[in-house]
Design a protein around this ligand. Sequence first.
Ligand code: GLN
Length: 486
Amino acid sequence: MHSASVTQLLNSLSSGALTSRQLVQSCLDRIAACDSQIHAFVHIAAQSALEQADQIDARRAAGQPVGKLAGLPIAVKDNICVRGMPATCGSRMLQNFVPPHSAHVIERITAADGILLGKLNLDEFAMGSSSETSVFGPVCNPWNQRLTAGGSSGGSAAAVAAGFVPLALGSDTGGSIRQPASFCGVTGIKPTYGCVSRYGLIAYASSLDQIGTLARDAAGCALLLQVIAGHDARDSTSLTQPPELCSPEPQSLQGLRVGVVREHFGPGLDPEVASAVQVAVSQLQAAGADVREVSLPHSRYAIATYYLIACCEASSNLARYDGIHYGHRAQKFQDLTDLYCQSRAEGFGAEVKRRIMLGTYALSAGYYDAYYLKALQMRRRIQEDFQHAFQQVDVLVGPTAPSAAFALGEKLSDPLEMYLSDICTISTNLAGLPGMSIPCGFTGDGRPIGLQLQAPALQEARLLQVAINYQNNSDWHLRQPPSVTA
Ligand code: GLN
């Protein structure tokens, strides 16, 4: 059950070979037995999940109609609000926050009869690339517990890789679904900006944040994405026309123009990652794709541009946590200003503080034009690079991250090194495009490697078509981590 795909599980549920209670119970048992090694979950909703499972089993047994996700357990990154469950963002600031409302995506999942199993660990406020800055402690990679799971949706990727849940929700501001998916050997998709409502997602950088899905395979990601995508008036950037997603039927790649981005193969790319990606590209070619090289000439400015814009937006979004309106309140203070200062000093961790300070500085009078405005101009150049590339090709492929999973603690003291692990993913967010990571191999010492796919806005179907075709002809996504044993 812990290695089955979403499609297999749905078949077993609908044929009656498996009840939803059995499935939920077996996930809970596995979490209880193994999550002390992984730390993927920060909250487990066992009682309500079992009750929901019983209701769906009863409806199915009575021959009543059930939703698209009927009986499937789903776990949720802890920056997405689920009514009645904590939403901590991995921060002391929100450690006691239980939202009174559910995110749009959660309403959609519940309406489709999906079962909410619990909340997943992450980098504090989704700021990070290793899931090490959470107040609950780091997520460990199921393939090797001395390694990070990537971040910030490290809990989501690890939970799927460890077989705790078949489906998870993550969020991706600069790569936070795709990079952990690649580190943990699972599949993850970040949809086009505006495709999924951000209502109920605790904001980090609003012009970049997007909720997406993780599963063992692309068909699983597609199913959950289909449920959560769609217009929502409560998010002013929500698109009225959600993308058409393909049915998980294999389609030919004959004649599909696939671009390999020259800049993604520059210095700093691990040679084992480069060769696994090159093998995957030649397999796409063998399947009929027309492979050519393309250039995204402004790629080298992407990290600087992203970290300016993301920090500026974060400094504004996180201003609300003052101990009065929201968040942790200090107990000892002298006056109102001191209460704000103490609450924020105690509530936020070092990385979040660094970003608030960077963003506040870059937005201040006198520096705004030199930093923030310049970054916005460069963001436009980066968007134009993609427009130009997509005149020549239909999809882009390359590495998801410049290396496979790194060791816990390895990059914690060097923020710039940590930021560089987003070098292949962040341009997608700056341009608002859909991106995906699928497993495409392993390093010699057994660390998963991810292949990134990118497409023009609203062309999720194209990404999924390539991913499903690749997964029908490979078994990387079927491998299971050896170190997680019940
Ligand atoms: N690692 C990037 C950051 O720290 C991306 C995070 C994300 O996508 N949420 O900002």
